[in-house]
Write a protein that binds this ligand. Sequence first.
Ligand code: GUN
Length: 295
Amino acid sequence: METKLLKGIPVRDAVLAELKAKMARAPRLPGLAVVLVGEDPASAVYVRHKEKGCEEVGFHHVTHRLPADTSETALLALIAELNHDQAIDGILVQLPLPDGLNENRILMAVSPEKDVDGFHPVNLGRLVAGEPGFVPCTPKGILRLLAHYRIPLAGRNVVVVGRSVIVGRPLSLLLSLKRDDANATVTMCHSGTKDLTAVTRAADVVIAAIGVPKMLGRDAVGTGAVVVDVGINRIDAPERKSGTRLVGDVDFAELMGHAGAMTPVPGGVGPMTIAMLLENTWEAMCRAEDWDDGT
Ligand code: GUN
C-alpha cells in the first residue's frame, strides 16, 4: 500500500500567507510575548521557531529569557506586567518549567484573553463547553492538517495515545465536538491502558503524543489507517555528522507502506503548531480591537 505523506510545511505556509494578507488591513500589529525559563535545549529551539514565525508574518514579538533559578514571584510579576501591556496580545510561557516553579499557578496567572496557548482553565473550560476560546495550538493544528488533506473524522474511531494537558487531553475533547471537522468517536489511551496495541490496531486514525521514540510499530496500526505523529524525540545517530536525529513516537520506516497516510517527523505536526500560535495571536488582537477580519 502506498502511504500518503501528510506534510505540514505547505499547510503552514498557506496559513502564514493568509495572515500576511490580513496584516495589510490590520488596525495594528499583533504582539506575542514568549517567556522562556531555564536552559532546556529543545525549548530553546521551539522558541526560536516561534520567533521566526512572528518575523515571517510581521508580528511584534518579545522573548523574555530568564535564568532557571527565577523565583515564582518574579515570574508572576512579569506575567502581570505582560497582562497589562497594550502592545501584547498573546502570552506564551514555554513548558516545561524548571523544577520548583508551579506550572498550574503560572499558567493560571496569564489573562485568559491573552492565553494563546489555550492552557488556562477558562479556555480549557470553553473547549469542554464547545464555546469559542483559545484552542491549544497542537490539537488545533492537527485538525487543520487533517482537514487540509481531506481525511474524514466524523463517525470514525480515533485513538489518541497520550493524556498531556498540552496535546492528548484537549485534542480528545476537540475531536469529540459536534463540528464538521471533528465529530469523531474518541478513545484516549495512556500509560495505564491495558493492551494498548489491541486498542490502537482497531482505530481508523491513530494519534501518537507519548514522547517515547518509535513506540508504535506495525503491529500497533491497522493496514491503511491514518497515523498522526506528534512526537519530536532526539535520538543518537552515530552515522550523522551531528551525532543525533529527530524521530517521532511511531516507527516511520515500519509504517511506510502499511499506513494509509502518515505525518512525517520533522515537517508534519510541528510546523502546524507554530502556524496555529500565530493564528491565535491574530485572533487575540482582533478581539482586543473588536476588529472583524472577515473570517
Ligand atoms: N512545550 C511543548 N509544546 C508547547 C506548547 O505548545 N506551548 C508551550 N507553552 N510549551 C510547549
